[in-house]
Design a protein around this ligand. Structure first.
Ligand code: NAP
Length: 248
C-alpha cells in the first residue's frame, strides 16, 4: 500500500512558481501542512491560498534562501507555527547563463549562493527538528546538468553538482536518525525558468529527449511525493533523474 504524507509538515523553497508550486499543491492535496517559502512573497501567498481553497493547510513565508541568518530564523518560526518539520524540499533555484569567458564573478556567486548555499542553509536549519522526532525527508532538486555539465552553465552545473555532494554527505550523517536525503535531477521541464529559452534551444532539447517532450512540473512533483512518503523509506543518498530518458 502506498503510504502518503498526510499529517506531515513540509517546507518547500521556491514554492511560488514552476516545479516548487506544483510540489506544494501535490503535498497539500495529499494532506501535508505546507510552508510555502519564496523570495516572491505574493507568489507564495497565492500558492498557500490555493491549497487552503482545496481544504488543505498551508502558510506562506518570505525568505531569500541564500541569507543564512534569515533562513535559521524562518525555519524556527515554521517549526513553532506547524509544531515541527518533517519534510524539506530544497527547490529554489536561479540561472545566470553565459560562456565562461563572459561569466561575471557576480553571476557565478549568485547562482552558487541560491542553488547550493540555500540548500545548505535550509538543511542545517531543518535537520535539528527532524533529528528530534527521528523521522525526516530531505529532497534536493538538482539537475541533470550537475552530472553532465553544460556549455554556458558553469555556475549552475557547479552548484547542482555541489548539491549532489551535499545530498550524499547529509544522507550519511543523518541516516542513523531515520532521515533520508535524496536528490532529484530533472532534465528539461516546462516552467517559467525554461520559458526564457529561444525556440531553437527548445527544439534541440526535444531532439535529445527519447520521450520527445518537455517534462511537466507534475512529473517532478509526483516523484517528490513518493520520496517524501514512507514507501520510500529505504532510499537514501540517491540521485534520481527525471528527464524523459535524456541521460542514460
Ligand atoms: P522557477 O519557475 O523560476 O521557480 C523558482 C522559484 O524559486 C521562483 O519562485 C523564484 O522566485 C524562487 N527563488 C529564486 N531565488 C530565490 C531565493 N533566493 N530565495 C527563495 N526563492 C527564490 O524555476 P523552476 O523551473 O520551477 O525550477 C525549480 C528548481 O528546479 C530549480 O532549482 C531549478 O534549478 C530546478 N530545475 C529546473 C529544470 C527545468 O527544466 N525547469 C531542470 C532541472 C532543474 P522569483 O520568480 O521571484 O525569482
Amino acid at each position: 500500500m502506498f503510504e502518503g504524507i498526510s499529517g506531515k509538515r513540509a517546507i518547500v523553497t521556491g514554492g511560488g512558481s514552476g516545479i516548487g508550486r506544483e510540489i506544494c499543491l501535490r503535498f497539500g492535496a495529499a494532506g501535508a501542512t505546507v510552508a510555502v517559502c519564496d523570495v516572491a512573497v505574493d507568489a507564495a501567498d497565492a500558492v498557500a491560498a490555493e491549497i487552503r481553497k482545496q481544504e488543505g493547510n498551508a502558510h506562506a513565508y518570505k525568505v531569500d534562501v541564500s541569507d543564512f541568518d534569515t533562513v535559521q530564523a524562518v525555519c524556527n518560526q515554521i517549526a513553532d507555527d506547524l509544531g515541527g518539520i518533517d519534510i524539506l524540499v530544497n527547490n529554489a533555484g536561479i540561472t545566470r547563463d553565459n560562456l565562461l569567458l563572459r561569466m561575471s564573478e557576480r553571476d557565478f556567486d549568485q547562482v552558487v549562493a541560491v542553488n547550493l548555499k540555500g540548500a545548505f542553509n535550509f538543511t542545517k536549519a531543518c535537520c535539528r527538528h527532524m533529528m528530534k522526532s527521528r523521522w525526516g525527508r530531505i529532497i534536493n532538486i538538482a539537475s541533470v546538468v550537475g552530472q553532465m555539465g553544460n556549455a554556458g552553465q558553469a555556475n549552475y552545473a557547479s552548484a547542482k553538482a555541489g548539491m549532489i555532494g551535499l545530498t550524499k554527505s547529509a544522507a550519511k550523517e543523518l541516516a542513523s536518525r531515520n532521515i533520508t536525503v535524496n536528490a532529484v535531477a530533472p532534465g528539461f521541464i516546462a516552467t517559467p525558468m525554461t520559458e526564457k529559452l529561444d525556440e531553437a534551444t527548445r527544439q534541440a532539447y526535444y531532439k535529445a529527449i527519447p520521450l520527445k517532450r518537455a517534462g511537466t512540473p507534475a512529473d517532478v512533483a509526483n516523484l517528490c511525493l513518493f520520496l517524501a512518503s514512507d514507501a520510500a523509506s529505504y532510499i537514501t543518498g540517491q540521485v534520481i533523474r527525471i528527464d524523459g530518458g535524456m541521460v542514460m
